[in-house]
Design a binder for this molecule. Structure first.
Ligand code: UD1
Ligand code: UDP
Length: 378
């Protein structure tokens, strides 16, 4: 039996790699997983792992408050190299575009272990946005043997970079697998709504909800402050709507949110929600204002409108499906675009009848099938 080391470190990677780990544990997988977490995130990662019922085999616990990219990258590189030497895997799977993912791929390359890249081929046209993610994923692409592209568009991006077609597999995005797994859990729980109300007594799910999340590094400073000022204006304009804002634990994203929004009575600045509760909010909200990658991929499953507070997105499929609008970080533009959606109705009015362009819930299965078929001679 071959060994696949699955390396991740942040909340979104845990959510998107959990289905892959589950499939690697299935009987027909050629590989058995060893789950190594860098702990680039501490609380956010463990909150997601617990909800998804994944237990890491090795936790490097590398998070330090507000550490620089270089500091994290250098300690992660040597720690991951040590683990690779002791575990001697046949394959290393990394996800997406975080520092953990890039350093995981680099450590694999230095130790001559083949890399499988889950969520491969997402691109914007600027290496500065999103930063540093765009650089990370382009670099991972150069080191990868198996590229698992979520959509045909991401596969095309790889072909444009002269990646061998035979190494690219269009699988869908594993985020949809996780989303459906969690949605099924909450749909079938007779007590979920009651428990949610006990956990979050301030949220009136029958009233109109605007969900806000924000964390991108390239928006630190003025960009982020503009987004928060826009939310503040919207909260005044719509006093009967509730603005639910689970804040990222990064102090650079959190501090200005508290400065600008803590006096707004209908803005609830709250701790990060566990995945199940967040999915319930995604399904319940009238509008989401976010710079998150994962949230852009999840919202189409519920037809929930999204304003993407970024200059560019590597996820154009949601925009083409009519679910997302790219609004940047200009305060007036955010308010204007939000008004278009919120003024239409006092009730949630989702976009009906669209298929999620990011996947159908079988991505992890397709990844494991491709690995089984192509694992000879690794
Ligand atoms: C990271 C990823 C980003 C991804 C995001 C998902 C990089 C460079 N960035 O961004 O691509 O979209 O995660 O959320 O890899 N913190 C805590 N507890 C936590 C998590 C973070 O206290 O559980 C604080 C710490 O002070 C930490 C800081 O947030 O140093 C920044 O975390 P970091 O992982 O460096 O970057 P993010 O901005 O979260
Ligand atoms: N998420 C969550 N709780 C929250 C906010 C987000 O579980 O309070 C989930 C969300 O559903 C998505 C993922 O976290 O799957 C996105 O993480 P984040 O926005 O931090 O990172 P990105 O996707 O931008 O890399």
């Amino acid at each position: 039996m071959k060994k696949a080391m699955v390396v991740f470190g942040t909340r979104p990677e845990a959510i998107k790699m959990a289905p892959v780990v589950r499939e690697l544990l299935s009987e027909d997988s050629t590989y058995r997983p060893v789950v190594v977490v860098t702990g680039q995130h501490r609380e956010l990662l463990h909150q997601a792992l617990e909800m998804l019922e994944i237990e890491p085999d090795i936790d490097l616990s590398l998070m330090k408050p507000n550490q620089s990219l270089a500091e994290f990258a250098s300690t992660a590189l040597s720690s991951l190299s040590d683990v690779i030497k002791s575990e001697n895997p046949d394959l290393i799977l990394v996800h997406g575009d975080t520092s953990t993912s890039f350093i995981g791929a680099l450590a694999a390359y230095y130790n001559q272990v083949p890399v499988g890249h889950v969520e491969a081929g997402l691109r914007t046209d600027s290496i500065k946005s999103p930063w540093p993610e765009e650089g990370n994923r382009r670099l991972i692409g150069r080191l990868t043997k198996f590229h698992f592209a979520p959509t045909s568009r991401s596969a095309e991006n790889l072909l444009k970079e002269n990646i061998d077609q035979n190494t690219i597999f269009v699988t869908g995005n594993t985020v949809v697998d996780s989303l459906l797994w969690v949605k099924n859990k909450l749909d079938t729980s007779p007590t979920f709504k009651e428990e949610f109300a006990t956990r979050h007594p301030y949220i009136e799910v029958d009233e109109e909800i605007v969900l806000v999340t924000n964390h991108r590094r390239e928006n630190f400073g003025d960009g982020m402050r503009n987004v928060y000022n826009a939310v503040k204006r919207l909260a005044v304009e719509y006093p009967l709507k509730q603005f639910i804002f689970p804040m990222h634990l990064n102090p650079n994203a959190r501090r200005p949110a508290e400065e600008i929004l803590s006096e707004s009575a209908n803005v609830h600045l709250i701790a990060p929600l566990d995945y199940q509760d967040f999915v319930y909010m995604l399904a319940t909200a009238s509008l989401i204002i976010t710079d998150s990658g994962g949230v852009q991929e999840e919202a189409p499953s519920f037809g929930t409108h999204v304003l993407v507070t970024r200059q560019s997105t590597e996820r154009p499929e949601g925009i083409e499906a009519g679910v997302a609008v790219l609004v940047g970080t200009d305060e007036d533009e955010i308010v204007e675009q939000a008004n278009k959606i919120l003024k239409k109705t006092t009730k949630r009015s989702p976009i009906d009848g669209i298929l999620n362009p990011y996947g159908d819930g079988t991505a992890a299965r397709q990844i494991i099938r491709a690995l089984n078929d192509h694992s000879h001679g690794n």
